[in-house]
Write a protein that binds this ligand. Structure first.
Ligand SMILES: [Zn+2]
Length: 470
């Protein structure tokens, strides 16, 4: 079975910011008309190992460099063809679509497929069957933004066309291409991440590995509604493939800033946190203490925007205090808690969203650690604190860096997938989570410190492709 596809896009809103394997040949098919894109004859000075002397030639050299990198990494006897053009893509000075790439066709239930009832991208299908499944159609389609750097479109920040990664503050085209080609090679689901609807009723090979740890179900076994709900469970959506999980031990750094509820047992567990730009940074073994809420605003909110009342001060003295976000700045709240004798602060968000962002602000007088948790986690925590005396809750927690959990995995070492609330169509579930450290090629935004790596010990992109059958 075969289907033609539209392609996903990479938004660049955050831009400012060992087995032996053979090889594959990846060919760039220049789809641009004369005079534009790859055929732009504007003179250019060679840069960063790119010896092209026209803008068009330099663009093509970068595409070929990224293609060579993937070609040397993957194993396929069938040449991979990428139809590429430079087009006017959506763009302003604050947000731009850098480019996009995807599979042009997907195939299911061919005899060599390692999994029945699953879509595979065309390049992978070709590899598996050992010949071109559809010689009349290229395998990947890539479109890149021809206007980037022009007035009104990231003015003054064109793609860096050198091959040496010395991109400064400009988007590094080699990196963006390595990312987009990975999508086109199969690093994506073809299932709708908003509605949960399968493509023509068949799950993608991706969906066999995408696991919701809160229900224990993988995407292929869910209803549409379950998939749609799962796509926004930040921290609960993981990749279950063994290649990625074992490589994560090498690639991802040990240690995740986290709030661990130690007791009582019925609420024990770990909660994702956003860390503070002020106060004591989280460390190991961290800060362990009893948790108590501040209640100073009806119905049962605690804003801590004013110095704490005597009762609230008594409640939080020597404790980790829980307050609500809102009305005043984070540093005002945490300063008031510190002045009342609290040893740590947890700010519960007042808006829906996940993962929890950090706490911004600056106040050198603050010495206690502080974190933000989601509104949902905050409510659960406050519910667990409902039975308490004026000075004790019996709820013990640790605020620290958990060295047993790698940055970008769950407590069992499975790599987290990007599942923000609200959903980001085209981006959700087909990337690694942004908590991965060091930064990964297949996070939803291109980080400036990426190193043109696609495999361990630096990167987890190739292990995922191996999990799906490359
Ligand atoms: Zn992407």
């Amino acid at each position: 079975m075969k289907l033609l596809l539209a392609i996903a896009t990479l938004s660049a809103a955050l831009l400012a910011t060992s087995a032996s394997w053979g090889a594959a040949t990846i060919t760039i098919v220049n789809g641009d008309p004369p005079g534009t894109g790859f055929n732009d004859s504007t003179p250019a000075t060679p840069v960063g190992g790119n010896t092209g002397t026209t803008l068009g030639a330099q663009r093509l050299n970068v595409f070929q460099a990224a293609a060579s990198k993937w070609g040397a990494t993957l194993d396929s006897s069938v040449p991979i063809r990428v139809l590429a053009t430079w087009d006017a893509l959506p763009c302003t000075d604050s947000a731009a679509v850098l480019g996009s790439a995807g599979a042009l066709e997907v195939f299911a239930d061919f005899p060599e497929a390692p999994q029945r009832n699953a879509w595979f991208g065309k390049a992978q299908t070709n590899k598996l069957i050992g010949s071109d499944a559809d010689p009349t159609t290229p395998d990947l389609r890539a479109r890149f933004n021809v206007n980037l750097g022009q007035p009104g479109c990231f003015s003054g920040s064109p793609f860096y066309l050198g091959l040496d990664n010395h991109h400064g503050s400009n988007p590094d085209l080699v990196t963006v291409l390595l990312h987009e080609f990975a999508h086109g090679l199969g690093f994506q689901t073809y299932t709708d991440d908003q509605t949960g609807e399968l493509l023509a009723g068949i799950p993608s090979i991706w969906d066999y590995f995408l696991l919701d740890t809160s229900t224990g179900k993988v995407w292929k076994d869910m209803s549409n509604a379950e998939r749609a709900a799962s796509a926004v469970k930040s921290g609960k959506l993981v990749w279950s493939g063994v290649q990625v999980t074992s490589a994560a031990v090498t690639v991802l750094q040990a240690g995740t800033p986290i709030l661990t509820i130690l007791s009582p047992p019925e609420v024990a567990g770990v909660i994702q946190v956003g860390t503070a730009a002020f106060g004591q940074p989280l460390n190991t073994p961290g800060l362990t203490g009893e948790v108590m809420p501040v209640v100073d605003t009806p119905p049962d909110l605690g804003l801590a925007c004013e110095p704490l009342s005597a009762l609230n001060a008594l409640a939080v003295k020597g404790k980790i205090a829980v307050v609500d976000r809102g009305t005043c700045t984070f540093v005002v709240k945490v300063r008031n808690l510190q002045d009342a004798g609290a040893i740590g602060a947890i700010v519960a968000d007042n808006a829906v969203g996940a993962p929890p962002p950090g706490l911004g602000g600056s106040d050198p007088r603050i010495a206690i650690p502080a974190v933000r948790i989601t509104r949902e986690d905050g409510q659960a925590l406050k519910d667990a604190l409902a039975k308490r005396t004026r000075t004790h809750s019996g709820l013990l927690a640790n605020l620290g860096v958990n060295l047993a959990v790698r940055a970008g995995t769950d407590a069992l070492g499975r790599v987290l997938m990007y599942a923000p609330r609200p959903n980001q169509p085209g981006s959700s579930v087909s990337h690694y989570d942004t908590s991965a450290t060091p930064n990964q090629l297949m996070e939803p935004a291109i980080n400036a410190d990426l190193r043109h790596a696609v495999q361990p010990p630096v990167d987890l992109t190739l292990p995922l492709l191996h999990d799906i059958g490359w």
